[in-house]
Design a protein around this ligand. Structure first.
Ligand code: GLY
Length: 287
């Protein structure tokens, strides 16, 4: 049976100085996800493994290195979805945990699909997830960030049992109001997975992605067109309200697609058919 994985490091602007860190971080995350899939591990485990690496890498806007909100704090969102059972686990405005994706994964089989704020951290503590002081997730670079950050990370995987999974993790937007929740923990907005259709994950302006239901729109278009065209078509809706985003898609047969209208989009992918790990720091063509 075949496996495949695709991940992104965010729909954002990547300066020449940052390019190597994005490339190396995406590659390390990809290798971690591939290691799970190569030993017939679950797609869900591969998604978690890959995103954990990005949450530890301050290059990305998730976990350590998350965006700083208007009150100088770090509040994160993350979710994971099982394309076989349609179970979803999500956390939002969570503080003081090293790996929001692992807290979301711990929630996957619970009745609630989303838990927020201090209750989410309490949940993480009860499930023995790694806690930290909230300010330990801040980095000097993100505190000085002058530009809007919307480099939410995402990962999709197909395991050798034929199941798809989708995951997201983000610190949200720089300077966002405290308590603000974006698209990333909401199924149908920032992500979706359906073994019989495809898996999809988005990064970008959370309010715009949510208002245009980008993941749901893509999921609806996917049976009608190839993955890349479906993302491009969905992105045309976010452009209608001047939003910036990038999306990735993974099919049950392992084919992938992605597109973005942000200046850059760091994407990495591999599969059992093409195990060479590919990292692409795509720059949008001038319109
Ligand atoms: N796309 C992540 C956010 O806006 O929070």
């Amino acid at each position: 049976m075949s496996w495949a994985i695709i991940l992104h490091g965010g729909a954002t602007t990547i300066t020449d100085d940052e390019a190597e860190a994005y490339r190396a971080g995406c590659l390390a995350a990809l290798v971690a996800g591939c290691a799970v899939l190569e030993r017939d591990g679950l797609a869900l485990e591969a998604v978690e493994a890959a995103i954990r690496l990005m949450e530890d890498d301050p290059t990305f806007n998730c976990g350590t290195g998350s965006a700083i909100n208007a009150e100088g704090g770090v509040e994160m969102c993350s979710a994971i979805m099982d394309g076989h059972s349609f179970d979803v686990g999500g956390v939002s405005i969570i503080q003081g945990v090293r790996h929001p994706i692992s807290v979301a994964h711990a929630m996957l089989r619970d009745e609630a699909i989303l838990i927020a704020g201090p209750a989410a951290r309490d949940y993480a503590r009860d499930r023995r997830q790694e806690l930290c002081k909230p300010d330990e997730l801040k980095t000097e670079k993100k505190e000085k960030a002058a530009r809007k950050a919307h480099d939410t990370v995402g990962c999709l995987a197909l395991d050798t049992a034929g199941h798809l999974a989708a995951g997201t993790s983000t610190g949200g937007l720089d300077g966002k109001p405290a308590g603000r929740v974006g698209d990333s923990p909401h199924p149908g907005c920032g992500f979706y997975a359906d073994d019989q259709v495809r898996a999809v994950a988005y990064s970008g302006d959370g309010e715009h992605i949510a208002r245009m239901m980008l993941a749901a729109r893509t999921w609806q278009l996917l049976p009608l067109m190839d993955p890349e065209r479906a993302v491009t078509a969905a992105l045309s809706h976010v452009a209608r309200i001047a939003g910036e985003a990038g999306g990735i898609v993974l099919s049950p047969d392992g084919t992938t697609g992605w597109d973005h209208n942000s200046p850059h989009f760091a994407v990495a992918q591999a599969s059992s058919a093409s195990p060479t790990r590919v990292v692409n720091l795509a720059k949008r063509e001038t319109q």
